[in-house]
Ligand binder design. Sequence first.
Ligand code: GDP
Ligand code: MG
Length: 398
Amino acid sequence: MEKTQNLPELNVGVVGHIDHGKTTLLSKLTGKFTDTHSEELRRGITIKLGYAETIIYNNDGEYNNKSIGKPVRYVSFVDAPGHEMLMATMLSGAAVIDAAILVIAANEGIKPQTQEHLMALQAKNIKNIIVVQNKIDLVSKEQALKNYKEIKDFLKGTIAENAPVIPVSAQQEINLEKIFQELALIEIPKRDLNSEPFFLVARSFDINRPGSKIQDLKGGVLGGILKRGILRIGDEIEIKPGISTKKHQEVLYKTLKTKILSLHKGNQSVKEITPGASISIETSLDPFLTKADSLTGCVVSLIGKLPEIKYNIKLKTKLFGEVFGLGIKRKVEPFKSKEFLMLSINTTITVGTIEKISENHVELSLNIPIVALPGDNAGVARNIDGHWRLIGWGKVIG
Ligand code: GDP
Ligand code: MG
């Protein structure tokens, strides 16, 4: 068997309108069905980010995930919810990806979250996009061609203008090999291995089953992606902002310090990690501290290497011309002083109040502090009729 360790790694988000077939497609690409939480099963929709991975093989130019030919690439996927209420979740998923598959059902065409998710990719500057025209088994050839043209028109002038559009039936497994091929051809972004590590926590959990014996207990686990640097088993790490406690109406944050006990990439156990795929880190933390995504949005580095947590932030921003995701055209109003916004920076979702506005710049005081570095990308959302809508993006400048 060919070696499958040390393959080039890519992390890919699966995005698009609800019910267009993202979770089904991902299950066919990876063999794993990611809607596993009880509420997801009951409602038949994705609520939390889902994770799955596969290895792509090249068999004389035919790409597959069936171990035929030479292994060429390790791909981890993040399955995003398509529901309009779950935009914040989608955005924190978009923070960790190198590339995206935008799924559009041929029988429904462009829908509000098709557009909103594409704009989110644009805001996060994700240029490697594969468009999947799904459910072609449900339409006639004429309808498929008409829909294909609509998709091409829709992509014109966007970040995905030159993206391949692949007609697919996820359910009937038609044309999946074309997706594998495109995934194998995406240029792997340059990875920075020399800077201090910066790991983004996208989820955290307790992997112990109820009733486990104390000596068998595993430490708290952090899932996410290493943005730069290298982390190894045995490294002493810190997690910020860490855990929050309330003291006389004031919320205080305590940095957590711990040690890396083991590292996992999919179901492989590895000694060190570099930027690329989704990773889980087993720490020596009490799993009580990591359960139920309690540390989602935190960042991790070696002890002493993280910047201070920020309660105020300065952004250079750019607003969209119109609000996407509403299904009707509506202009984006300029920022207003004291306005309340939602920001998505790395995997952190926070809310804050605009304290200062000047040309292209806004300063906010944050209700939930964050750890961010100058240059980090920020998605900016405004509450419109009770929903958070992406209205633009920005860069952290202070
Ligand atoms: P998501 O909300 O985008 O994750 O969509 P799901 O993967 O949950 O799929 C929504 C529904 O569409 C399910 O009933 C799927 O079985 C169905 N579906 C997904 N892909 C296809 C396809 O290619 N053809 C047909 N006919 N149905 C599909
Ligand atoms: Mg889904």
